[in-house]
Write a new protein. Structure first.
Length: 50
């Protein structure tokens, strides 16, 4: 569940980047998306264990 949550919640970062910049440069977008997914995984896992 956390992985699916991370993928869907952070999709907005890609959409926002494309709206502002007009393109998706993989060198910038992939680390941005991956770090957002990892942040969500860690954050939601900690929240689930409280």
């Amino acid at each position: 569940p956390q992985a699916y949550l991370g993928l869907t919640f952070n999709w907005g970062a890609l959409l926002g980047w494309a709206a502002v910049k007009g393109s998706l440069d993989p060198a910038v977008v992939l680390p941005l998306y991956a770090s957002g997914v990892c942040w969500t995984l860690v954050y939601d896992t900690i929240y689930a264990h409280q």
